[in-house]
Design a protein around this ligand. Structure first.
Ligand SMILES: [Zn+2]
Length: 432
């Protein structure tokens, strides 16, 4: 057996993960007549391929060499490749919820792996960060689902946003999207109402998709409200949510009136880390039946000047031996912004690029396909030796995607594994 063949990855290889996803594409009901020229499975697979290869636009994706066409069809198991116009037309009418349900299909395959269990953070719980991201914005193009923002000048900005539930770990770079939910205009007049209503659907969907998952949800202060907390506890999840003095006045007043006896403090690299906590406080005067535990974390320099301060509420009983762990989990919430969405924006996914807006579902379906491609990439980055070796040598993802596309244009690839082996050969990267 040659050195290259030995490097073939096991269950978490791209080809294995994609096989299952492709099967899922085939199970989505086609809304068109039965004699359509291109199957819905082919069209969804081609949409996914566009994001998997980080094609800069739909138009760019349609300008392909003969070899590229053949490779795309082989690697992504497509029988016939449709035009970009056909792709837009068909995907605009697909039931977006059905595409969304495919996240759990991918995760299902990963759940028993060491990769997944390495995300167990606290009492076998995984930390799930929930946050919103805008994936489309325009002053001209819009559809009935667009969120609207009116400017003083009378101009309107139209946008689409998504609320994502992403598995994070304080000590890991890779993040794994578990579910996502569009934030819709129909949900309310205020942006915050829309986001809260999307969160309601997201938590419900998360529970339905992963009934046995033990999760600690970390969220920002927008979600520190009674109905949301009750929903989280009802789903048997735990929470760690940011609170601010101006939005939770009564809670902070209660905190100030306590004796402040629960404290823990240590110094590391000349920085003092100070924790202070209180148990069983009413969330607010109107929601006094909801009791929360309160945690304050401060960083101070050697002179005692305050550098950073964070405050959270949680249902987890706070103790000297868990406050640091929980503060780290809560702060890994920032990873969703730093890792997930900046990656999508900067590392070749062209998340904000307009691939076409459509009249109905297109924007949401494309966002799901892209997030699915990102999910599989993150699993590769965390668990696939070939991907990791190439990433380590080429340093940037942009370079990796560029090399992958070059290989697709010129060399026959029957699988993604083979495509990466070509890349490794091109740069003389030794695969284990
Ligand atoms: Zn729209």
């Amino acid at each position: 057996m040659s050195k290259l063949e030995k490097s073939v990855d096991t269950s978490l290889s791209f080809d294995n993960l994609y096989r299952n996803l492709h099967k899922g594409f085939g199970q989505i009901k086609d809304h068109r007549r039965s004699n359509s020229r291109y199957s819905l499975q082919d069209i969804l697979s081609a949409g996914f391929a566009m994001f998997s290869l980080k094609s800069p636009s739909l138009l760019n994706f349609s300008l392909r060499s003969q070899q590229e066409d053949k490779n795309i069809m082989d690697v992504y198991q497509i029988n016939k490749l449709c035009s970009d116009t056909q792709m837009r037309e068909v995907l605009d009418k697909v039931e977006a919820d059905k595409v969304r349900s495919l996240f759990s299909k991918v995760i299902e395959q990963v759940k028993k792996s060491d990769f997944f269990t390495s995300y167990h953070y606290f009492k076998q719980m995984v930390v799930v960060s929930i946050d919103g991201v805008e994936h489309f914005s325009s002053r001209k193009v819009h559809c009935k689902h667009c969120l609207k923002k009116e400017h003083k000048t009378g101009e309107v900005t139209y946008s689409h946003a998504m609320l994502a539930a992403v598995m994070v770990h304080a000590d890991k770079r890779e993040v794994v999207p578990l579910a996502a939910e569009p934030i819709l205009q129909q949900d309310g007049c205020e942006k915050n109402d829309c986001e809260r209503n999307a969160a309601k659907r997201l938590v419900k969907h998360l529970k339905e998709s992963y009934p046995k998952l033990k999760a600690l949800l970390v969220e920002d202060a927008l979600y520190a409200n009674g109905p949301h907390i009750e929903q989280i506890l009802g789903a048997n999840y735990h929470y760690l949510i940011g609170v601010k003095p101006d939005s939770h006045k009564a809670l902070f007043k209660q905190v100030t009136s306590r004796r402040q006896s629960n404290q823990h403090c240590f110094v590391e690299n000349k920085i003092t880390h100070q924790f202070y906590w209180e148990s069983n406080l009413p969330l607010s005067s109107s929601q006094s039946h909801i009791r929360v535990n309160f945690l304050r974390y401060q960083q101070k320099d050697i002179q005692g000047n305050l550098l950073k301060e964070f405050t959270w509420i949680t249902d987890i009983e706070l103790r000297k031996n868990n406050v640091l762990l929980l503060a780290k989990a809560a702060r890994s919430r920032w990873k969703i912004e730093n890792e997930t969405f900046n990656t999508l924006k900067n590392q070749g996914y062209h998340f904000e690029h307009n691939y076409g807006h459509g009249q109905d579902q297109l924007s949401t379906v494309l966002a799901y396909l892209m997030l699915l491609a990102f999910t599989i990439d993150q699993i590769q980055q965390g668990a696939c030796q070939t991907f990791r070796a190439i990433h380590a040598s080429l340093k940037t993802k942009a370079k990796m995607w560029e090399s992958l596309r070059a290989v697709f244009k010129l060399l026959p690839c029957f699988s993604m594994q083979q495509a990466w082996q070509h890349v490794a050969f091109m740069y003389q990267i030794q695969l284990e």
